[in-house]
Design a protein around this ligand. Structure first.
Ligand SMILES: [Zn+2]
Length: 84
């Protein structure tokens, strides 16, 4: 699910958002391990009223995360929570 700008901020109820792509990988830091790409970005969304910040992973990276052994699914159909 991508960001929905119609949703008010969960912290303050604000409705004015600012968004932009931010890098989450470098030579020494990787927030999206197992996705096989360097230079990946996520969509950052900031509430201009209170500063609350959220991040959304693009679909192409979500597809890689679903297939990657690095990430463990814990909910939804096929999830392992409670299965063992
Ligand atoms: Zn806010």
């Amino acid at each position: 699910m991508a960001f929905d700008a119609k949703q008010p901020c969960a912290e303050c109820g604000g409705i004015e958002w600012y968004t932009g792509a931010v890098a989450v990988q470098s030579a020494s830091f990787n927030l999206l391990p197992g996705t096989g790409s360097i230079g990946a970005t996520v969509e950052a969304v900031v509430c201009s009223s209170c500063g609350n910040m959220r991040h959304f992973v693009p679909e192409i990276q979500l597809a890689r995360i679903r297939k990657s052994g690095h990430w463990k699914q814990v909910g939804g159909a096929g999830g392992s929570a409670g299965d063992h």
